[in-house]
Write a protein that binds this ligand. Structure first.
Ligand SMILES: Cc1ncc(C[n+]2csc(CCOP(=O)(O)OP(=O)(O)O)c2C)c(N)n1
Length: 379
């Protein structure tokens, strides 16, 4: 039986943009100093080096699985650059550029991909807030980090802090109940939350038009009564500008904003996926011309900031950084799989988790988890 391939629908180009695809200015550039622009550019180079290396590590069996943001790095980067020290970021698994911009050590994200200790969310969160933006471990369970982000934003509001929370989610994840619970709650209580919908048009093998019937993902803001923006997700400056406006509004008490970042998943969903099985790869090739990096380079060139020598210098530095981080991550002890049940829930986790706990213990001891446990003993 042949595999069905969905026909794709090109997204409407009616979105906010500052840089044209060739890097020329079509809007007013945000007022960013040279050091910040170069930090943003270096993060683009760093993210690509990091992701290229993590794929190599996965192929060598050093990581279980990893997702990439290659060709869509501007979403995480532009949005996160609009935060300031003390703010929070709740990323999903496709915004490594956001982590890297704020200096989250690469070995920390590599340890998560590797199943390295520490295991629990609680252990990953620093007790003392570090300088800069605090990142939660990236959310793989779709929709949850938007809900958690809404709670975090509300906590800051109730405690009188002027902190803003940025949460990312994929366009497929907007079909999860958690996403709507979060927007509804945040809008009613004016939580200082900015939600970026990273619309790369594919939720693994489901194209956006088979997944929801609203005209755009930004329209979901209308139903919940908060501002919605649609932005060119391959334009670093546009992502920065619209997120900055949303962050400033949230900090001033104006409540949440939803931003749809329109981009395209040029690469596979993750290292366990083969996109050519379910989609026509011609469009992926087409979208490579909107790569945010040469576009930003053109802007930096016009500002007298970019040279080939600088790019080569950054590439060499970033490769050395990722190799050093990989060596540190490989040296970390593996976490004990049984600890995944600790610190997640208070009190009795309930019979179903107790069953899973015993099934895992049986499997680790070489027994068949499905025949060696009598569920009746768990009641
Ligand atoms: C609650 C939940 N259901 C299903 C999955 C399996 N899953 C992982 S990624 C994914 C698709 C997500 O697509 P999208 O939100 O568009 O994000 P993208 O990966 O394209 O960035 C699915 C269904 C999951 N992680 N969590």
């Amino acid at each position: 039986m042949g595999q069905h391939k969905w026909a794709e629908q090109a997204p409407d180009e009616d979105f906010f943009r500052i840089l044209a695809p060739d890097g020329g200015l079509v809007g007013e550039a945000p007022d960013l100093d040279d050091a910040t622009l170069l930090r943003m550019y270096r993060t683009l180079v760093q993210t690509r080096a990091y992701e290229t290396h993590t794929i190599r590590m996965q192929r060598r069996g050093e990581l279980s699985v990893t997702a990439q943001s290659m060709y869509e790095e501007a979403v995480g980067l532009g949005a996160a650059a609009a935060l300031r020290d003390g703010d929070w970021c709740f990323p999903s698994y496709r915004q490594f550029a956001a982590h890297l911009y704020w200096g989250v050590p690469m070995d920390r994200t590599l340890a998560i991909l590797r199943g390295g200790a520490p295991e629990t969310v609680a252990e990953h969160l620093p007790m003392e807030r570090p300088p800069g933006v605090t990142f939660t471990p990236y959310g793989v369970i779709l929709g949850t980090n938007v809900l958690n982000g809404a709670g975090s934003a509300m906590a800051d509001k109730l405690n009188g802090r002027d902190t803003v929370t940025l949460a990312f989610t994929g366009e497929g994840s907007t079909s999860e109940g958690d996403f709507h619970d979060a927007l509804n709650f945040a809008a009613v209580f004016k939580a200082p939350l900015v939600v970026v919908v990273h619309n790369n048009q594919w939720a693994i093998s489901t194209p956006a038009h088979r997944q929801h019937a609203a005209p755009t993902f930004a329209h979901k803001a209308l139903a919940h009564g908060l501002p919605g923006e649609r932005v060119d997700g391959n334009d670093v400056l546009a992502m920065y500008q619209k997120t900055r406006e949303a962050v400033d509004r949230a900090r001033a008490g104006g409540g949440p904003t939803l931003i749809e970042a329109v981009t395209y998943r040029v690469v596979d969903h993750n290292t366990s996926d083969s996109a050519e099985v379910y989609r026509d790869q011609g469009l992926a090739e087409h979208w490579k011309q909107f790569d945010p990096r040469p576009r930003f380079e053109a802007y930096l060139t016009a500002r007298g900031l970019f040279t080939e020598v600088l790019r080569e210098q950054y590439e060499a530095e970033c490769l050395a950084e990722v190799q050093a981080a990989a060596a540190r991550a490989l040296a970390l002890p593996r976490s004990d799989p049984m600890t995944m049940f600790d610190s997640q829930l208070q009190g009795d986790p309930g019979w179903h988790l107790r069953l899973q706990q015993r099934e895992l213990a049986a499997e680790l001891n070489g027994a068949n988890p499905f025949t060696s446990i009598d569920p009746e003993t768990l009641a």
